[in-house]
Design a protein around this ligand. Structure first.
Ligand code: FAD
Ligand code: NAD
Length: 472
């Protein structure tokens, strides 16, 4: 057995682990990084990157179908599904060098391409090497949760780890789960020419504000996607090409392929956490607000920590751990200013409290201001007028924002800045937004907060009349 001593040991080279490793190494710490499978983890290989690339193919196909609104003939697109998947692989290959072993070795990180497992509270074994470190960071991510639905083990099914290997377009894709994976992949496949049925056990896009989510679901249904809600999958039957999902209430859904998208399972099995005294919860590794596990020299970040499971959260966690484990500074994680976006068309974005959550927490102190895309000149020019922004305001400060519409994911950035810095609505109205941009909806919605305070206000009216009498 080889032995290595280091300052920081990072287990897992996905979004979170890579950020810790590069940050720590560039600040001068000795870093060892373990990766048992693909550098880049889920986001690069089976998650964000391939899904957004396939969504881009679907968008290109859809634009051809609806070009006549811009004076160009509508065309039924000639979709080459295998070529769309080749585009997906090309996008992954373009980004991969940034996450590669070579790049990390150039940064001074010692990369070991093996799975790691604890053999004591201070030691991790990876292949034939035992590593001891001042601090250990677990960043092993998550994998697709495959629920114990009767019959599922006897039929072929896809997950996010196998979907992007397909080269023949599914004739009829059944998707169990109407969360972000289910809805994004439903729309991409529908636009590329598959029939699609989403089978959702509760409410589709149920983690988002119901009013904004409903606008997305209406758009998806309008494109021909069947979305069955309150349809908990109870049984799966059939063979390759002819699959049947039976809901608990007896509804039967038939299709050629089946995608399972019912959430995630933290990757903890290989870690032998018991040997290190690290406890888990139902969703992942138990951590405190500093992201420390029940072993005070070990941190857990990103998906494996079982909170919000997004790449930007893994990156944010990495920043907290670098401050704490590398610089020895106190740093705590918070979830209140974390945005998320579902990249359907229209996009759906959320930060902070939804309207219902804000009402529960702040009662009558809450004011909700709204602005429709239909009043935005750029949206009118580009025929993307179906959209809405709602901002939840308490005592002049935003506590949450929900956006549905074109580029909602870009527009939420401003509210991410505002919530991260506890900004006031007056600071948003002080901004001058270039015309004509969709971003003007952000300024307009902030203006809507002040409108009733300024227009039709008897005190303001009296003041204005007095000033007008005195002005020369
Ligand atoms: C289809 C899909 C689409 C998504 N789209 C988005 C999106 O648009 N935006 C967004 O923010 N998020 C998105 N996500 C979520 C995002 O992919 C994850 O939140 C993110 O990858 C988590 O990063 P991580 O570092 O925690 O884990 P991962 O990226 O999963 O990396 C963990 C790594 O650890 C390795 N590993 C596991 N066990 C061990 C071990 N014992 N030893 C060594 N290595 C180990 C794994 O092989 C893996 O490479 C999507 C997810 C999916 C599935
Ligand atoms: N755009 C993004 O940022 C993005 C995109 C995809 C995935 N992700 C990340 O990946 C995570 C996983 O996504 P997901 O969509 O798999 O999970 P999810 O947990 O968000 O949604 C799963 C859905 O499946 C339903 N469900 C569960 N069991 C069921 C059953 N037996 N029958 C029918 N429906 C059932 C649930 O009610 C839920 O609505 C997300 O929570 C997110 O963190 C992010």
């Amino acid at each position: 057995m080889k032995r290595i001593e280091t300052d920081i040991l990072v287990i897992g080279a996905g979004s979170g682990g890579l950020s810790v490793a590069s940050g720590a190494a560039q600040m001068g710490a000795r870093v060892v990084l373990l990766e048992g499978h693909k550098m880049g983890g889920d986001c690069l290989n089976y998650g964000c990157v391939p899904s957004k690339a396939l969504i881009a193919s679907g968008k290109a196909a859809q634009a051809q179908r609806h070009a006549s609104q811009f004076g160009i003939a509508d065309v039924s697109p000639d979709v080459d599904y295998a070529a769309a998947m080749a585009h997906v692989q090309d996008v992954i290959a373009t980004i991969a060098p940034i996450d590669s072993v070579e790049r990390f070795e150039r940064l001074g990180v010692q990369v070991i391409q093996e799975y790691g497992e604890f053999i004591s509270p201070t030691e991790v074994r990876a292949g034939d090497t035992v590593i001891t470190a001042r601090r250990i960071v677990i960043a092993t991510g998550s994998g697709p949760l495959v629920p114990p639905i009767p019959g599922l083990d006897a039929v072929p099914y896809l997950t996010n780890e196998t979907l992007f290997d397909l080269r023949e377009r599914p004739e009829h894709l059944l998707i169990i789960g109407g969360g972000p994976i289910g809805t994004e992949m439903a729309q991409a496949h529908r636009r590329l020419g598959s029939k699609v049925t989403v089978i959702e056990g509760a409410r589709a896009l149920g983690n988002d504000d119901p009013e904004t989510a409903a606008i997305v679901l209406e758009a998806l249904r309008g494109e021909g996607i069947q979305i069955a809600e309150d349809a908990l999958a109870g049984e799966v039957r059939g063979t390759a090409g002819a699959i049947e999902v039976v809901a608990k209430d007896g509804r039967v859904f038939n299709g050629s392929h089946l995608l399972i998208a019912v959430g995630r399972k933290s990757n903890t099995e290989r870690l032998n956490l018991g040997a290190a005294g690290i406890e888990t919860t139902k969703t992942g590794i138990k951590v405190d607000e500093r992201l420390k596990t029940t072993n005070s020299r070990v941190y857990a970040i990103g998906d494996v920590a079982g909170g919000l499971q997004f790449t930007h959260v893994a990156g944010y966690h990495a920043g907290i751990v670098v401050r704490s484990a590398v610089l020895g500074l106190p740093a705590k994680a918070s979830a209140a200013h974390i945005p998320w976006v579902t990249y359907t068309a229209p996009e759906l974005a959320q930060i902070g409290l939804t309207e219902a959550q804000a009402r529960d927490k702040h009662g009558t102190r809450l004011q909700v201001v709204r602005q429709e895309y239909a009043h935005n000149d750029r949206a009118i020019a580009e025929r993307t007028t179906s959209g809405l922004i709602k901002v939840m305001v308490v005592r002049g400060r935003p506590v949450g924002a929900s956006i549905v519409g074109a580029q909602a994911g870009e527009l939420i950035n401003l509210w991410a800045l505002a919530l991260a810095n506890d900004m006031k609505m007056s600071q948003i109205t002080a901004m001058v937004a270039p015309y004509p941009t969709l971003g003007e909806v952000n300024k307009r919605v902030a203006g809507a907060y002040f409108t009733p305070r300024l227009f039709g206000n008897p005190w303001v009216g009296r003041a204005v009349r007095a000033v007008q009498r005195w002005l020369p």
